[in-house]
Unconditional design. Sequence first.
Length: 231
Amino acid sequence: MEIHDDYILEVSGLNVKVQDQAILEDIGFRVKRGTTLAIVGPNGAGKTMLFRALLNLVPYTGKIKWANGVKIGYVPQKLSAGDVPISVREFLSFKNVSDFEKCLRAVGLDDKTISDKVLGVLSGGQLQRVLIAWAIIDGPNVLLFDEPTTGVDLDSEEAIYEMLNTLEREHGITVLLISHDVHIIRDYSEHMLALNKRVICFAESEEITKPSVLHAIYGTGTALRRRKDRR
């Protein structure tokens, strides 16, 4: 499958099964370079499994085509930092990159005050920024985020998404993120992929505010997380 120069990822006919149970069926979409795609859907829709397939961590059928030369960074949904008695400096040094201070500054952290702190004492927002620094430390051009601000306070959440948009804009990084927040999807991504084992819709992100689209994705009686709009 040839990939168009404007796109960094093209997926077609993607199927994933676990113990003969279909998790994803006939998934198809494509992602433009230097944009953010939000992936949305109810619990159990296959969002995280899609990431695993994109990272080639699970068997699948169909086609996943990345552009030549792609380097992928991944930020998981959770890290039990309390069980990891190492400092930020030691954690980032596992990648054998000497200039980790630059990556900390890129994610809005003061490298001089945080480098020697143990991961377990960091706030939720600080820890997520350290994980993003880990993801970008070896210069990826694609970042995958699985609900990167789960458990983070509102102010830190907004700051993290602003930072992701800055990385996209200034460094041409393509971002794929999983989110349940209608405002995050609307304000911080260009397109959305709505899943429930199959593709429900693939559209511009502003479509997420339409009641008909929300109903198609979540059905009735489902509480979608909404933040107070600060604008």
